[in-house]
Design a protein around this ligand. Sequence first.
Ligand SMILES: *[C@@H]1O[C@H](CO)[C@@H](O)[C@H](O)[C@H]1NC(C)=O
Ligand SMILES: *[C@@H]1O[C@H](CO)[C@@H](O)[C@H](O)[C@H]1NC(C)=O
Ligand SMILES: [Zn+2]
Length: 456
Amino acid sequence: MKFKILLIAFLLSTLTSSSSSSSSSSSSSQSSSEESNIISRFQQYLQIKTDQPTPNYTQSTIFLTNQAKSLSLQSQTIEFVSGKPLILIKWEGTNPELSSIMLYSHTDVVPAEHDKWVHHPFEAHLDSDGRIYARGSQDMKCVGLQYLEAVRRLKGWGFQPKRNVYVLFAPDEEIGGHDGAEKFSLSEVFRGLNVGIVLDEGLASPDEHYRAFYAERSPWWLVIKAVGAPGHGSKLYDNSAMENLLKSIEIIRRYRASQFDLIKAGLKADGDVVSINMAFLKAGTPSPTTGYVMNLQPSEAEAGFDIRVPPTADTESLERRIAEEWAPSWRNMSFRLGQFQQKVSVYDASGKPVITKTDSSNPWWALLENAVQEAGGKLGKPEIFPASTDARYFRNLGLPAIGFSPMANTPILLHDHNEYLHKDEYLKGIKIYESIIKAYASFDEHGSDGRSKDEL
Ligand SMILES: *[C@@H]1O[C@H](CO)[C@@H](O)[C@H](O)[C@H]1NC(C)=O
Ligand SMILES: *[C@@H]1O[C@H](CO)[C@@H](O)[C@H](O)[C@H]1NC(C)=O
Ligand SMILES: [Zn+2]
């Protein structure tokens, strides 16, 4: 294990007296100055330029470490790869024997094209309607700070968790998470935390229902290649490389349409179908003068596809389909399983589909549902996340992980221009997390508080 703990800072109660006096009065109302402090902390985090490919993790680490300090919580900075810190903040439970709760977020964001935005993506401008514009406002600096704000308020009321609560900020999710969440999930440090449930990111919801995700689709990046006899551009003949490839593309397009139709008909959600989109087409004989030679049918042609496979799919039949219909050797198409540029398995280490249960076998799901409801939120049907998140590293270990970003009545703008979150949605989300963290941190399956798993 290559990790190295850079600094373990135990930052203990120095500042509690000032913060506890104001918050004890009421659990439902918030003073407007408290509110503006919350928004201003969110803006400060958004203003830190943690955009790939050169995120300033130095600055985000200072900011997050200071947040932990202001909460009188221990924090440690862990680096598996130099310059790629994870910040682990611990709120100690009264019964640390119980499995712990991990509140996960990533600190990095995707790049932004400044000139396509109405407000600068790292200014965190709050407009007169209450929208906060910034890269990361939805994905997912909101969630990271909402966890901390929820902890701040719970602490303010004197709430004591039974379980250890960990708030984790990880780097590099947007470039695959290999030097962040992946290495962390396989580390001794992580094993030592005895995590029982992970919360990770979800997606905004344009309607009033929050969305929660219990699994995600696996990327399969497929390149198929056709060969065929070359010939004069004027000649009609069978089995040219182009014709062979186009036959495959037609078949793939029909399959794509059949999957898309299920979504259009409202029968399936985005994450429930196999999606397939062409990422590149490569063929033709280059010419230094005209771009391509026009009177020649080339002997090779290639196409690349981004395929996303839900863990509920019959992957064996999909693989057979690829080998027999999309890239059949009898049509001079080459394809071997090894030719996937990337093929993430839909099965975990023990061979089970990578799915977090949303039935009575998983008490964390029912707790989340109840907690959202108790805080006045509505939760939609659990879904499969259409793309990849770091939750897969934890699910691969057999741990339950739920993707959830409390943003209702909000257009989905992650990775888009003009990403924003309304401040009222942000504040509402904090209340939702208060409710969830309280429920999770109080949960004791052995029923010492009178509530057993069966009663949930
Ligand atoms: C990153 O942030 C640190 C701390 O605020 C600052 O000193 C440094 O100049 C920043 N680096 C870059 C490349 O902007
Ligand atoms: C396969 O390619 C070879 C030449 O590379 C060609 O002679 C043959 O006709 C092709 N067959 C098919 C079915 O495309
Ligand atoms: Zn994200």
